[in-house]
Each structure stands twice: as structure tokens, then as C-alpha cells.
Design a protein around this ligand. Structure first.
Ligand SMILES: *Cc1c(COP(=O)(O)O)cnc(C)c1O
Length: 422
């Protein structure tokens, strides 16, 4: 079976991190991460959502409005809401899961923060997005959620070059993973001091048993996405706690919630594991990129509708929209290919967010339609061909399970995009 993902670290890296971890590991990780991704300051956390929560608390905001995509990971909205602030949402465009720059016109001077998200590592239209936000409200804090993007660029360079801060997730399935973890990169020294002081005052050290549990968890997840375990775990996945990281509970789909340990310090072992991968980042990204090129060339030729993009994408995932997701996933499984389902909702449709009455038709469409093809570093050219062959066979059997085209909206058409396959 071809797995939907693999851990970005090896078993050897787990061992190396375990023996090299010491009191200075967290500091070294923060410095290496900030240097690699282009910010002067970094503060690390146990989750990406903890970083969002800490930032809002450190800024001492209460009942302030934070504007964010309706189609993105729900944990960002949970952190905003549970920090005592109010998330408000912006829709995707009809033919792209990212928020088009025109939709940011709903920013007002009351908007304390805007969360710009290059989902799946596909760049957003940075310049027009920032122009729309800055024109409506010059003081709005600009946070980029880079959990999928990492080093994503557009033609003018890094997407975060003028951001106030950038958020990175380090859970399993991210470009770089410390098993659990989050990193906040910050431009302004006073904001940095405030976030660091808040974290050091509010985050407690992990219990001494945490590291050994994490090492075992890391090894289990490493093995769970390789045969012979893969096929068994694939069957058991819905009722095993082995893959806690992949359950609905983890994402808080039953309502706004944060994990019990969300205010724990990341351990030196986690930091050492993350630092190893910062050194390998170029290579990890290049391998994902090469795989995505193969998918784009082959699937465009076969007539699957793909997502337009600028050249600097980093492909945390390879997204495909289909008409009948469960059918596609189960028929692909029968062909020996695991597909990912990552963000299967629009946040305003989740419990706890019902008060937001506006409609988000495009976010809802992507929440119902998206699958992710395997793009992890190490997948072979042969395996990519097998995934594409399987998709073609499944489409032949069940043509209604697929879409043939997006219906473009005026907003989407006004965004200038590189045309794939041209
Ligand atoms: C993973 C992720 C985060 C952070 O998630 P945590 O599980 O809290 O580390 C934030 N935004 C997006 C889009 C993500 O995918």
C-alpha cells in the first residue's frame, strides 16, 4: 500500500535527537529556525495553536476581532476564541482553496489581526492581499500561518517578508516535525519580549516521562506509515489511539477546545529533533516539489482540474477536489493507495462558530471535496505513477465521483495566476 504521508524524520534522527538533547537545545532550535525562515526572533511552543494563543495573550487583547480563512485548520480559530478574542472568517474563491485578495476587503479598523494562510503550501497573492488589508486598516497585525507554507515564496521572494509574525506547525505531517510543536517567528523586538515573557511565565516544564513517551510515539508513527504495519493500521485507524495526532478530537471538531498539555514547554528532545530537520529543509522541500511536478504534468494531461499557482509553492500536500470524496477514498484504498483528508469542514460550520451567520459557499465546497495525494519525501517516481494510474482507473469506474472543472467567479478571475501545464 502507498501511505498518505510519512514522518519527515528517520528512526536514526529520533536516536540522534535523544542523545544530543540538552538544556541548550530549545535555544539552538529557535535560533536556527528564525535564521532559516527569515525573522530576527523565534519562540517555540508545544503546538502551533499554543503560539497563536500566547501571541494574543501577550498582546493583552480581549474581545478583539481576528480575521482568518473559513477554510483552514480549526485549531487556529479555537486558539483565537479561547484566548478571549473573536475569530471572523473570509471565504475561499470558487476555483481555489486560498483566500483571494479581494475577500480581505472585509478588514476594518476594528480588525486587530489578519491571519493570511498559504494553505497546502500554495502561495497567496501577497502584495494585493497586504494592500487590501493595509488600506482598510494600517495598524492590523499581520500574522502569516505558515504551517503548510514554511519557505513558500512568490516571484518577489519570501511570502513573510513584511509580515509582523509567522506561525509554524511542527506536528506529524508538517514539512518539519518535532512530533508536536509550534514556532512563532516575530519581527518586532518588544512583541518578541512580551511573547517570550508570557510563555516563560505560563508554560510549565513537561513531566519527566514525556521524552520517553515521545520517542516511542515517534517510532510508532514512523512505522505506522510503512509496511508491514501500514496495511493493518489503515484498517484500525478509526479506533486506535496510536494515531492520536490524526483523530477528530485532536483538532477539536466537537467545539472549541485546546489539548490539556497545550501550555507545556517543548522538551529538549523535541527541539533537537526539529533542529536536525531545519538542516535538511532544502532537501525535504525539493523532494516534495519534484513529486508535485510529476502529479501536475500527468494529471493535467489526464484532464483532472488542478489548482493554479505561482511558482514558489512548497506542497505540504497535493490537493485535489472531487465530487464524492468517500467513494474516491475507498476506491483508491482498494487500488492500494491511501489518500489524506485534511481539512474536511468550513470552520463556520463547526460547533461553537454557529453565531457567524455569513455564508461561506466556497470554503464549504472545499471542506466537502478535498483529498490529498501522497507527496512525502521519499515517494518514488514509480509510486507517483501508480497513484495517477489508480486515479484514472477509479475515474473510469466512477466518473460521477470526480469533477471536470471549477466554475470560476469574477473574484477568482481577477487574480493573476500562473497557468498550470501552459
Ligand atoms: C497544523 C496546522 C496548524 C498548527 O497546528 P497544531 O496542531 O496546533 O500544531 C496551524 N494552521 C494550519 C493550517 C495547520 O495545518
Amino acid at each position: 500500500m502507498i501511505p498518505r504521508l510519512r514522518t519527515p524524520f528517520s528512526l536514526a534522527a529520533l536516536g540522534k535527537a535523544l542523545v544530543s538533547a540538552d538544556a541548550g537545545s530549545r535555544d539552538r532550535f529557535e535560533k536556527a529556525f528564525a535564521a532559516r525562515f527569515g525573522f530576527p526572533h523565534a519562540v517555540s511552543f508545544q503546538y502551533g495553536r499554543s503560539a497563536v494563543y500566547a501571541l494574543l495573550k501577550a498582546l493583552a487583547w480581549k474581545d478583539r476581532e481576528v480575521l482568518m480563512p473559513a477554510y483552514t485548520c480549526a485549531v487556529v480559530a479555537h486558539a483565537i476564541k479561547l484566548s478571549g478574542n473573536q475569530p471572523r472568517f473570509v471565504d475561499s474563491s470558487s476555483d481555489h482553496f486560498n483566500v483571494p485578495s479581494t475577500n480581505w476587503s472585509s478588514v476594518t479598523p476594528e480588525t486587530a489581526m489578519a491571519v493570511v494562510t498559504p494553505l497546502f503550501g500554495y502561495p497567496v497573492d501577497r502584495q494585493n492581499t497586504e494592500k487590501a488589508i493595509r488600506e482598510a486598516s494600517p495598524k492590523t497585525f499581520l500574522l502569516y500561518d505558515m504551517a503548510h507554507g514554511f519557505a513558500v515564496e512568490d516571484r518577489a521572494g519570501s511570502l513573510t517578508q513584511t509580515a509582523d509574525a509567522a506561525l509554524y506547525g511542527l506536528g506529524i505531517g508538517k514539512h518539519i516535525s518535532s512530533l508536536f510543536g509550534g514556532m512563532l517567528l516575530i519581527r518586532n523586538p518588544e512583541v518578541h519580549q512580551a511573547v517570550r515573557a508570557w510563555r516563560d511565565a505560563n508554560c510549565r516544564a513537561a513531566p519527566s516521562t514525556r521524552t520517553i513517551k515521545d520517542v516511542l510515539y515517534g517510532a510508532a508513527v514512523w512505522a505506522a506509515f510503512r509496511e508491514p504495519l501500514l496495511s493493518c493500521v489503515d484498517k484500525l485507524e478509526n479506533d486506535t489511539s496510536l494515531l492520536y495526532r490524526f483523530t477528530d478530537y485532536y483538532y477539536g471538531k466537537a467545539g472549541p477546545s485546546l489539548p490539556d498539555d497545550f501550555l507545556q514547554m517543548p522538551t529538549p528532545f523535541q527541539a533537537a529533533l526539529g533542529t536536525i530537520q531545519v538542516g535538511e529543509y532544502e532537501q525535504l522541500e525539493a523532494r516534495r516539489w519534484a513529486t508535485a511536478q510529476l502529479y501536475e504534468a500527468r494529471l493535467a494531461k489526464e484532464g483532472f482540474p488542478l489548482f493554479a499557482r505561482h511558482p514558489g509553492a512548497t506542497f505540504s500536500h497535493f490537493p485535489l477536489a472531487v465530487a464524492q470524496r468517500q467513494k474516491v477514498v475507498s476506491e483508491m484504498r482498494a487500488q492500494g493507495v491511501q489518500l489524506g483528508i485534511l481539512v474536511d469542514y468550513a470552520i463556520p460550520d463547526l460547533p461553537g462558530y454557529e453565531t457567524d451567520k455569513a455564508a461561506f459557499p466556497h470554503a464549504r465546497f472545499f471542506g466537502k471535496s478535498m483529498v490529498n495525494l501522497p507527496v512525502y519525501p521519499g515517494i518514488s517516481v514509480r509510486q507517483v505513477e501508480r497513484v495517477c494510474d489508480a486515479l484514472c482507473r477509479v475515474r473510469k469506474l466512477s466518473p460521477d465521483a470526480f469533477i471536470t472543472a471549477f466554475t470560476p467567479s469574477p473574484a477568482a478571475e481577477s487574480e493573476s495566476r500562473a497557468v498550470i501545464g501552459a
